[in-house]
Each structure stands twice: as C-alpha cells, then as structure tokens.
Design a protein around this ligand. Structure first.
Ligand code: DUC
Ligand code: ZN
Ligand code: ZN
Length: 469
C-alpha cells in the first residue's frame, strides 16, 4: 500500500516546508518538492493544511486502579480517542503492586493492552516497592523496552516511596541509564493538611486544590532534583503545575543537569476556580491540583514551554465518570462528603494536540515548530523512540496527522470519544483541528470517519533517553 500526501505544509521540530510526502507500507519513503509525480495507490490533497508528526502522549493511565475504582477508559477506548485527537503513540504506566515483582506489573499491563490498542503504545513502570529484587528487575525491564520508572513523593500508603527508596532507585538508574520520573508533591505534609481540613468540615472538592499547596510541589521538586544530582541519574518531573516547581527545574537545567519536565493542558487552561461550584468541582480533581490563576502559574508554564524550561506536554489522562456508571459504578461520587476520596484524574488524551495548537496560535505563545516539538519530537527523544517516531523523515514510521488550521470546533462530552460523561472543556471553541490521521501508514481517521480497529497498535520496545546533556 502506498499513499501520497501532496500540497501540504510539512511541519517538524526543525522547520516548515512545502513538500509531498510518500508513504510506502508503514514508513515514510520519500519527501519531494510539491508537484512530485509519484504513482501511488492513494493520493490525499493536503492543500492549505499542515502535515505533522503524530502526537506522542507519554503520560496516560488506561484502566488504572485508583481510589477503589478504575480509570474509565480501557486501552481500546482510550487509544481510539487519542487517535481522534491526533495522537498516534501513548506511553502508559504499568504498576508494580506492593509485595509483587516489578516485571509482574509489566506483564499484567501488557496483558491488558494486548490486541486492544488503536495506536502504538509503550510502558513506563511505576516502581512502588523498592527492594533488592525490584532494583535488579529494572535491568530486565530495560531489556523489554521499559526505560523509565515513575516514583511518587505523594500518596503515602499507596504509591509513596521514602527519600531513601527514591535515592536507591536513582543510584540504580545512574548505573543502567534509566530515567526516573517523579510525582513531586510532599504527600506527608499534604496528608496533615487534608486531615486538618476535614476536621474543620471542609469537605468540598475546592479544598483538594487548597490543601495541595504549590509550595509543597516546589519543595518536592527541589528534593527530587538534589537526590538525582547526587545519584547521577536523569530525572523527569511529571505533570508540573506550579511556578515554584518550574523555578527549581529551570535552575537545575541552567546548572547543566539532566532534569526535564512536562506539564499538561489542564494546568495551562484550567484553574482553581474550576474546583468550586460545590461537588461539580469533583470533575476537576487531579493531583497536583489546578492552580490559582492570580498567582501566575498558568502564565509561567506557557513561558516555560516557550523557553524550553518545560520540554513536553502530556495529558496524565486518568478519566473517571461523574455520574454513577452502569459498569464502573460510583467514580467521582465516591468522594461526596470527603474530597480526599474523589478519584484523582481528568480525561484529556483526545484534546492535547488541538489544545496546545489553540493556545500556541490564538495567543501567539509558541511557534508551529515548537508545538510539534513539545507534543511529539521531544517526547520521542526523552523516551527512546526517535527518529522512528516524533518526526517526518525518510525511514520514520508513517505516523502522520493532517491538521486543518481553518477547522473550528467546540469541545463537548456529547462529541468526544473518551469514555467519560463530562468534558473539562465543555463548550470551548477550538481554533484548528485534526483532519486525518495515519498510524504506521494506515489511514485510521479520515474526517469524521474512523477506519482503524482494535489491535492495530503495536507494543513499542523503547531505547534509553536520547536527550541527555
Ligand atoms: N494524578 C492524577 O491526577 N491521577 C492519577 C495519578 C496522579 O498522579
Ligand atoms: Zn502523578
Ligand atoms: Zn499520572
């Protein structure tokens, strides 16, 4: 099967150029000047449209067990929704349970995803039980293509690791080249503030945002950086939301350390006020929480993306239904009367590429090349997928999005494809939109039609971090 995408403006991290793109089988086989007369099975005219590398979302949680329930998107529904929004690769988090082996977690998540995904997928591992055996198993995981391990300074009693455990894992990562990913919030102090708030009768979702102080994200980020510096391991701060944390990452990078960070659309577009309005605010409960706009976090994050103090936008897609669900039961409503019992997480995998484009162009915050870089190229490099993914080049996988800058549409639960009964962006009008999506050479989205099927997506064995200084 061969396809010619002609007359588009190809945008990569390195620049934009008018070119025709030839796809043969699963790969890009040539780029040529417009008007090339290659003979192919299919021809797609992309005049007036952008031709960009498929989005790579390195932070999703399909089917994650959390707070007594499970994230509502399965690998099937979540990856299909991702495809609709121009994402052609996800990296999800396999979970090591306490008392179990690290590779048991990977095998369990491989089983959940096998034969289900619409797009290619890889895994990080959540390292929640640090001991001699699981540290040894990090080497085995790397051999299976899992080159990054997430640890938590938050959620005591669940995913939480002590500083000593984190430091041991970082020492191991310094040896084997893995990247340590950190949920940087001081969960011990936050738990004190949660208990005090509940004692005062402060039970609404807004208090989730009030007790999880930005200063405690800054403190944990600082601590993670110092531990990684001492151990000599690369560090990637996940879902950075606070300007205090950004300042720590900026300083570390100025010192030449291998410290990286992502933020997510919710921290750029939404804010603490969304957690108000009684229990409706539960729709916006995630950790770290949405931040107070008056404190300047959102502006700082946009600037950080522009200046490369932040390198990636991911989603932390972890959806739960607001109303009771016939199969999933109570989800967000588990926290009625106690905000600390609201499952943490938001739906987002479908809208990242479009939202960042919207923010980039409507407010002139990022160039088109930078949009591609933070949504696709740098994620590929940091997580060992480049140049197979993350660019449009001869020999790369033909994961390609045709993006229509003139398309306008409104985000809504009524039209999105994620398996949740609400949208965090209900009614928001978006500039530009996905027109067509190729996954390894197959046209899986064509306008309003889905042509893919479950199991199209393949497991990606990833290399080590390709973006170290
Ligand atoms: N934060 C969330 O909001 N959900 C899942 C886990 C996390 O760290
Ligand atoms: Zn997290
Ligand atoms: Zn997460």
């Amino acid at each position: 099967m061969s396809t010619l995408i002609k007359n588009g403006l190809v945008i990569t991290h390195a620049g934009s150029f008018e070119a025709d793109v030839l796809i043969e089988g699963e790969k890009v086989s040539a780029l040529g000047a417009r008007g090339s007369n290659w003979v192919t099975d299919e021809v797609i005219d992309a005049i007036g449209k952008y031709v960009v590398p498929g989005g790579i979302d390195v932070h999703t949680h399909m089917e994650l067990p959390f707070g007594g329930t499970f994230a509502s998107d399965s690998f099937e529904t979540g990856t299909r929704a991702a495809a609709w929004g121009g994402t052609t690769t996800i990296i999800d988090f396999a979970v090591q349970s306490k008392g179990s082996g690290l590779m048991e977690g990977w095998e369990a998540w491989m089983g959940k995803a096998e034969g289900k995904c619409a797009i290619d997928y890889g895994f990080h591992l959540i390292l929640s039980d640090v001991n001699d055996q699981s540290l040894k198993e990090m080497d085995i995981a790397i051999g299976e293509g899992v080159s990054s391990f997430k640890m938590f300074m938050a959620y005591p009693g669940v995913f939480y690791s002590t500083d000593g455990e984190i430091f041991r894992a970082m020492q191991k990562a310094a040896e084997n080249g893995a990247t340590v990913m950190m949920h940087a919030e001081n969960g011990i102090a936050i738990d004190v503030l949660i208990a005090q708030a509940l004692e005062r009768g402060e039970t609404d979702p807004i208090y989730h945002g009030i007790v999880r102080k930005s200063i405690l994200e800054g403190e944990a980020t600082h601590r993670a950086i110092k531990l990684a510096e001492l151990a000599g391991s690369p560090l990637y701060i996940v879902h950075l939301s606070a300007l205090e944390a950004l300042a720590e990452v900026t300083n570390a990078r100025d010192e030449g350390l291998n410290v990286f960070a992502e933020t997510c659309p919710q921290y750029l577009f939404l804010d603490l006020d969304d957690l108000g309005n009684g229990f409706e605010g539960a729709k916006f409960v995630c950790s770290p929480p949405l931040r107070d706009r008056a404190e300047g976090h959102q502006e700082a994050l946009w600037s950080g993306l522009a200046t490369n103090d932040l390198q990636v936008v991911s989603t932390d897609h972890c959806p739960f239904c607001f109303e009771d669900h016939p199969e999933l039961g109570r989800q967000k409503r588990l926290g009625e009367g106690d905000f600390s019992k609201i499952p943490n997480g938001l739906p987002g995998v479908e809208h990242r590429v479009e939202l960042i484009y919207h923010g980039a162009v409507t407010e002139e915050r990022l160039s088109l090349e930078r949009w591609v870089e933070v949504c696709s190229t740098t994620p590929a490099r940091l997580f060992g997928l480049f140049p197979r993914k993350g660019t449009i080049a001869v020999g790369a996988d033909a994961d390609i999005v045709i993006f229509d800058p003139k398309r306008k549409h409104v985000l809504s639960a009524a039209t999105h494809h994620m398996r949740t009964d609400y949208s965090c962006y209900e009614g928001m009008q978006i500039a530009g939109g996905v027109d067509s999506v190729f996954s390894r050479g197959r046209l899986i989205i064509a306008g309003d039609e889905y042509h893919g099927s479950k199991g199209d997506g393949k497991y990606l064995k990833r290399e080590l971090n390709q973006h170290l200084v």
